[in-house]
Design a protein around this ligand. Structure first.
Ligand SMILES: [Zn+2]
Length: 855
């Protein structure tokens, strides 16, 4: 069923729902082809004379009654998108609506609503999946208490809240907390639990279960520990206590998203739960811990206080990402986490902001809300909260959050409510700050310096480039954390936060003996592009002496980026950069994880972005070649010390996923990545043959692929892991991400015809297509074969799983950056998708936005 005329939904059109929901009772009689859902909803009218409009899609209505009286055909209008009951058929006072519908979970390949994954029933209701389960006001500001009865001949029957009664083939659950429908969940299957418990700060004991398929139960220990750490951290850092007797997590193989914070019953993509040293990398362990925490933290920021409408998505997501970032910083290394987060922000969100898909943290209109689960809403949303905290200070932030939980518990709130608690708790006017929520685009912050008579002046200018629908923007509040160093390396002015509010603004520091070297935007204090003409020598100086770890890394990164941009245009490697890398890797006092981050070269996409920002059309093949030449030059110059590091960073003894040993492995692999450029893959082969964990196995495999020596290794890897879906996803991804770009489109096509490519499984699809799109010069192959291959698969996936297809289409968002020939080829691929009869609402909106060049 397709939507004939997709509607644009606007923030300005918001109106409250004209009924209050007092109680919801649901009964599920589960069957793969014909599940029956009986709903009894107790409601009170709030506006006399209003019609009762209920959302519903892909439902077969069996019966509908009000207060026990069956409705007749003239009492309602039934369409493809809902059921509307005429006011004349409604009582003036509280009433009960009872409906029965039939749905077919087995045929639900969109993976929204109730569906099946390898014999197990599960649900995904955010954002608008509940309307595929029963007729209901499927909007987040309608909150109600749910009672659920599940009937099925399966051993494990779960829903939200606390279990109240069960017997053979049935179970009942009651959720005492009012919630919107998007937080509803149901799971039924033949599952086993890895169990534990947690005692809350007030002494209540909570049962914890991680539910998985039989055979996976020995891979749940890490996730359970992460959940316990998250529960403790939220009590310590935010004073938030858990509020049910039980907390369940279920791992599902077929899942569009990462994980979902349904009240008391989180549903997870299996790859974000299951972990063991021989199947899971260090990076994945960290991600599992972070996502388990993220979904748990939603219990307060998202569930107890939810969003009034989907335009406020950043209210729960930006805040909860910020909280999970704080948690990971506390569990691991703060500076390393900050660098990783900024790398992600730049790679995903800055890229989004620069292209045709740019939108505000709080957008003002959408066609399909699933298309707005973006890096801007999540990652930039978190940066905005980080700026707020920097501006009001730690104590002000805590007061504001306490007030937020106090004032809005049990409510569906807005960004206005959120900013009001900061204004009320700190006395600050946030009118100008609010532009961070309404204006798209990444501000460019240009700095000029003046030095006279012991006074040093920084003069900043901010400009935000135009974005779709927003040609001009007013200045924003930008917190700029600054420190000053003397030329001998001493810090003469420690970090202070300058608050920029004008388009152009000067800040002076007087009483200085010598002209200082500035360290600007410490800790990446605002999500902006800083433009400053610095010499290679100055960047090398900051890499050696800056007291701010983020800016130390940033100095090294910009040194490498500048060197690479020059090399793309034909220059030789920058000696200042080669020498600075040498000093850094010999610095045994620095954290290995930090040194690993400094040793990794900027990716090809990052170089393309840097070139584009300075007005140069990026050439993907030249970028690929330049990056290879620089890696080889670094390896040649520093072979001895890199080789020493590679050997010294081997971690003996049993594997632990903690930050310490993980940092050593990261440094070891960063050294190996360079050495493999000059040793023909000799060391990588040796590591691959003996590696005792997946981190080093996969790292060595990537090096072998780049060295063109991976045929035997890939075959061996496949033979060993063919039965493990999560590991086979890595097999698909790694070989495409690291393939020789000239052959990448052909390789992608070959892998897509491999019998193991189960393309309807979201993880497998993402592994192959995501791995290919990550191969910058391969995806942007000059023949257009990359665009064409990719478009073919989006066309194939769209009718099956429109949400996934639309999300994966963002690979095309950078097309306006490239040369005219590539632009034409990418546009042709997009036009082919757009012309498809019966294109989904999801994909229709995406291709329409993608097709518009923003310049
Ligand atoms: Zn979230």
């Amino acid at each position: 069923m397709k939507d004939a005329t997709p509607q644009t939904i606007r923030l300005a059109d918001y109106a409250p729902y004209p009924f209050t929901l007092d109680a919801v009772a649901l009964t599920f009689r589960l069957a793969p082809k014909a599940t029956r859902v009986v709903a009894e909803i107790r409601m009170t009218p709030r506006q006399p004379g209003a019609a009762l409009a209920l959302d519903g899609e892909h439902l077969r209505l069996i019966s509908a009654a009000i207060d026990g009286q069956s409705l007749s055909a003239e009492d309602y209008i039934l369409t493809d998108t809902g059921l509307t009951i005429h006011p004349a058929a409604l009582p003036d006072a509280a009433f009960t609506l009872a409906t029965e519908v039939e749905i077919a979970p087995e045929g639900n390949t969109a993976l929204q609503g109730l569906y099946m994954s390898r014999g197990m029933y599960c649900t995904q209701c955010e954002a608008q999946g509940f309307r595929r389960i029963t007729f209901y006001p499927d909007r987040p500001d309608v909150m109600a208490r749910f009672t659920v009865r599940v009937e099925a001949d399966l051993p494990v029957l779960l829903s939200n809240g606390n279990p109240t009664a069960s017997g053979p083939g049935w179970a009942e659950w009651v959720d005492p907390w009012p919630k919107p429908a998007y937080l509803f969940a149901l799971v039924a299957g033949d599952l086993v639990a890895h169990s534990g418990n947690f005692t809350t700060m007030s002494g209540r004991k909570v049962a914890l279960n991680i539910w998985v398929r039989r055979g996976d139960e020995d891979r749940c220990g890490f996730a359970l520990g992460a959940l316990q750490r998250a529960m403790k951290w939220d009590e310590d850092a935010y004073g938030r206590e858990y509020d049910l007797d039980i907390f369940n997590i279920v791992a599902v193989d077929d899942f569009n998203m990462g994980a979902m914070e349904n009240k008391g019953l989180n549903i997870f993509n299996a790859k974000l739960v299951l972990a063991s040293p021989d199947t899971t990398t260090d990076g994945e362990y960290e991600r599992i811990e972070g996502v388990i925490a993220h979904e748990y933290f939603h219990n307060w920021t998202g569930n107890r206080i939810t969003c009034r409408d989907w335009f406020q998505l950043c209210l729960k997501e930006g805040l909860t990402v910020f909280r999970d970032q704080q948690f990971t910083s506390d569990m691991r290394s703060g500076p390393v986490k900050r660098i990783e987060d900024v790398l992600t922000l730049r790679a995903r969100q800055f890229r989004e902001d620069q292209g045709p898909l740019a939108h505000a943290v709080r957008p003002e209109s959408y066609v399909e809300i699933n298309n707005f689960y973006t890096a801007t809403v999540y990652e930039k949303g978190a940066e905005v909260i980080g700026m707020l905290r920097r501006l009001v200070g730690d104590a002000g932030y805590r007061r504001a959050l306490d007030l937020y939980f106090d004032r809005h518990d049990g409510q569906a709130a807005t960004i206005e409510d959120w900013l009001a608690v900061f204004a009320d708790a700190t006395g600050r006017d946030l009118g100008q700050f609010k532009r961070w929520y309404s204006d798209a685009g990444t501000p460019r912050l240009r700095v000029e310096e003046h030095w006279q008579d012991g006074t040093y002046t920084l003069e900043f200018t901010q400009v935000t480039p135009p974005t779709p629908g927003q040609p001009e923007k007013a200045p924003r509040v930008i917190p700029i954390a600054v420190g000053l160093l003397s030329p001998n390396g001493d810090e003469v002015v420690p970090t202070q936060v300058l608050e920029m509010t004008e388009a152009r603004q000067r800040f002076s520091f007087s009483g200085l003996a010598v002209r200082p070297v500035p360290s600007l935007l410490r800790g990446f204090s605002a999500p902006v592009v800083l433009e400053r003409d610095a010499t290679a020598a100055e960047r090398a100086f900051l890499l050696a002496h800056d007291t701010d770890p983020f800016n130390r890394w940033e100095a090294g990164r910009s040194l490498a980026r500048e060197a690479l941009c020059a090399m793309v245009a034909g220059a030789a490697p920058e000696p200042e950069h080669i020498d600075a890398v040498g000093r850094l890797i010999r610095d045994g006092a620095a954290d290995p994880a930090f040194r690993a981050l400094c040793l990794r070269l900027p990716g090809e996409e990052e170089i393309a972005t840097a070139l584009f920002e300075r007005g140069t059309v990026p050439d993907p093949d030249a970028i690929h070649a330049a990056r290879g030449r620089l890696a080889a030059a670094l390896a040649q110059k520093h072979e001895a010390v890199l080789s020493e590091i590679h050997d010294a960073m081997a971690v003996p003894g049993p594997y632990a996923p903690d930050a310490g040993p993980a940092g050593k492995r990261a440094l070891r692999l960063a050294a190996l990545a360079l050495l493999s450029r000059i040793d023909g893959g000799r060391r990588a082969q040796a590591l691959f043959d003996t590696a005792p964990n997946m981190t080093e196995t996969l790292g060595a495999l990537a090096c072998l692929i780049e060295a063109g020596q991976a045929d035997a290794a890939l075959a061996g890897f496949r033979a060993r892991w063919s039965a493990d879906r999560l590991v086979m996803d890595k097999w698909f991804m790694v070989q495409l991400a690291h393939a020789d770009p000239a052959n990448a489109p052909a390789l992608a096509a070959r892998l897509a015809s491999d019998p193991a490519f189960e393309w309807k499984n979201p993880n497998r699809f993402r592994a192959l297509m995501g791995g290919f799109a990550a191969n910058h010069a391969g995806f942007h192959h000059p023949s257009g074969a990359g665009y064409s291959f990719y478009a073919d698969w989006l066309i194939k996936l769209d009718p099956v799983n429109p949400q996934m297809a639309a999300r994966m289409s963002t690979a095309f968002e950078t097309w306006p950056r490239y040369d005219a020939a590539r632009q034409a080829l990418a546009q042709a691929a997009l036009a082919r998708i757009e012309a498809l009869p019966g294109l989904s609402r999801d994909m229709g909106e995406m291709v329409a936005r993608l097709a518009k060049a923003n310049r």
